[in-house]
Design a protein around this ligand. Structure first.
Ligand code: PLP
Length: 377
């Protein structure tokens, strides 16, 4: 099998699975229990938090575990709006956000919040100036993702943080960094965002565990889940000790090898770009620079057919976000591309295990698809 869909999810390395198994079977105590097995579990969670916080460039207590990136996004939005409830009810976000941000924002708009959704240009770019123009005294929250999951576009989050500071705005800045975590050498907390969402399963960790970074401007956040008081009283529920340990192990493996992983991913992406654009009718979509994502279009060939045809040959890639399941993606629609280009959009995404030969084989399969199938009318 050739797996070129690492932006959807990633395989779990053996060392991560082993660490989770060890915690499940040996360190299985409840971290709240007051005897050695419980204390050992609590120390395990604390150690994991430390590892992930170091990779984020923040203090361990600024990082709270959640059940996934989606939960982190939802929590960030509600925490910011609660803190700024006396500032106003205006939210700024972008048309290219993951549905884990867009859907809650749209629901809030139905409940009386005012939503400004910034549109990208045809290459997927959104500028800090667009945010500056939309900013108002009653803006409570800006949610701008760091790296787009379909295009690999990197958004100017640090610049937006700078402009908020310059404007002395009380608006809180959230960034969905689920696709950005450990995909740059820049520690995320240094971006200046107040709230940062991450998820383990995009970097070799297990599914079902994420985290939210809460920066210094987030004061006395309202607990997401009131209850037994875990996660500093902010998100109750017995800690998912094995998932947390797996998350930390995945971060450790990735972080200790960060420069070489990033350069491997970058070389893979350049190679894929070269091989794929050599196929007649293939063009790159967007100006994405994230090292693990390449978005292209085989103009006129419906991407769903390509994904099924290559999938039947054991080659996994995506017609856009895995979350859309065949529905036209809102991200691609936002680019306002010609219909035949939009219909042919394919996302190739890479991981540390991906090889150059796998990319060559996938490109050859796409070329065969073009030569043997009919395009749309
Ligand atoms: N945000 C982005 C940009 C994503 O790519 C994803 C997952 O695809 C999510 C949020 C949701 O993360 P999770 O699957 O951990 O809920």
């Amino acid at each position: 099998m050739i797996y070129l869909d690492h932006a959807a999810t990633t395989p779990v390395p053996r060392a991560v699975a082993d660490e989770m198994y060890r915690v499940l079977t040996e360190e299985y105590g409840n971290p709240s229990s007051q005897y050695p097995l419980g204390r050992q579990a609590a120390a395990g969670v604390a150690g994991s938090r430390q590892v992930i916080a170091q990779a984020m460039g923040c203090a361990p207590e600024q990082l709270r575990f959640t059940s996934c990136g989606t939960e982190s996004d939802n929590w960030a939005i509600s925490a910011a709006l609660y803190q700024n409830r006396h500032v106003g009810r205006h939210i700024i976000t972008t048309a290219v956000e993951h549905s884990a941000v867009l859907e809650p924002c749209q629901r809030l708009a139905q409940e009386g919040y005012e939503l400004t959704v910034l549109s990208p240009d045809r290459r997927g770019n959104i500028t800090a100036e667009q945010v500056a123009q939309a900013l108002r005294p009653d803006t409570a929250l800006i949610s701008m993702m760091l790296v787009n999951n379909e295009l690999g576009t990197v958004y100017p989050v640090a610049e937006v943080a700078g402009l908020l500071q310059g404007a002395q705005s009380r608006a809180l800045l959230h960034t969905d960094a689920v696709q950005g975590f450990l995909k740059t050498e820049f520690p995320l907390a240094e971006s200046g965002a107040d709230l940062i969402s991450i998820s383990a399963h995009k970097i070799g960790g297990p599914k079902g565990i994420g985290a939210l970074y809460l920066g210094r401007r987030v004061r006395n956040p309202r607990p997401l889940l009131p209850g037994g008081g875990q996660e500093g009283g902010l998100r109750s529920g017995t800690e998912a000790t094995a998932q947390i340990a797996g998350f930390a192990k995945a971060v450790e493996l990735w972080y200790t090898d960060l420069p070489s992983r990033l350069s491997h991913l970058d070389r893979l992406r350049r190679h894929a770009r070269e091989r794929l654009t050599a196929i007649p009718g293939v063009q790159v979509v967007g100006d994405g620079t994230a090292p693990h994502v390449l978005c292209v279009s085989l103009e006129g060939y419906p991407s769903q057919n390509v994904v099924e045809d290559l999938g039947a040959q054991g080659i996994c890639l995506s017609a856009g976000s895995a979350c859309h399941k065949g529905r036209p993606s809102h991200v691609i629609s936002a680019l306002k591309l010609p219909k035949k280009v939009a219909a042919g959009v394919l996302r190739f995404s890479f991981g540390p295990e991906t090889t150059f030969e796998e990319i060559d084989d996938a490109a050859a399969a796409l070329r065969r698809h073009r030569e043997t199938r009919f395009p749309m009318l």
